[in-house]
Design a protein around this ligand. Sequence first.
Ligand code: NAD
Length: 282
Amino acid sequence: MIALKGKEVSETIKQQVKEELEKLHGYVPTLAIVRVGEKPDDISYERGAIKKAESFGLSARSYVFAESVSEVEFLEEFKKINQDDAVDGILLLKPLPRHISEKKAEEVMDPAKDLDGISPLNLAKVFAGEKDGFAPCTAQAVMEILKYYQIPVSGKRAVVIGRSMVVGRPLSMLFLKENATVTICHTKTASLAQVCSEAEILVAAAGKKKMVDASFVGKDAVVLDVGIHVDENGKLCGDVDYEAVSGKASMATPVPGGVGAVTTAVLCLHLVQAAQRKGRQV
Ligand code: NAD
């Protein structure tokens, strides 16, 4: 089984970002990362995104709110970040605490700065198959991996496990746009392993540790693992039992070093595109 390595894809996107940056004639786009609370997962994602942005020649700053911030106060401040001319793109770390409506925050988000495709307009564009919005970075990361490794998508049977608005649904639409025949699986799907085993391209985005074993994988299928978990030995793992599928799949993304490594690279690509669409240069 061939490992589909995210690092190589990320390096190619870095090159793309570099070329796009040259068109900005010295202007350095700024990413705003907005976090509420101190969840370790959020902090580690934020650190990774800042590191990646800086290594891509971009600038990043964090806006951190206490978990206790009221909805009114948060939305007011979030609006200001959206209106700040010094900010080219925004990443809002989710989930937000229960007392803050994510829907309201998504509606406040300026679609032109919405790098992770959470605003209603960007999602509508993804669902309509239009190119000029921003798709959620993780969903696009999966497509970038397929593109980099020249894995054909058109006419293929793609199965996506998961129907969340951040990964499963938008990703299914990106597959459809590339002319795959798509099946979306979820917690109520009957005979899940059987349905998955018919896939030529299988994406696991269920958020369930190592749930995809050999019985989910058809011979020579390509498997992409979106899940991120910590296993019983304290090591990172995905939704796919990588060892178990290695005898059946032709290619698979490892965790770590797969989809996650590409997600933040896509975020950087979206940032430079947002700055360009605004006509930025110095
Ligand atoms: P989510 O919990 O919002 O959605 C999970 C989806 O999977 C749901 O639609 C549910 O119906 C489906 N599902 C859950 N259990 C299932 C089961 N046993 N059988 C079939 N379907 C099942 O999660 P999410 O936000 O979409 O994230 C999914 C995973 O991806 C998580 O592990 C998350 O940590 C990871 N993630 C990774 C990245 C990345 O950059 N690699 C980014 C975002 C999320």
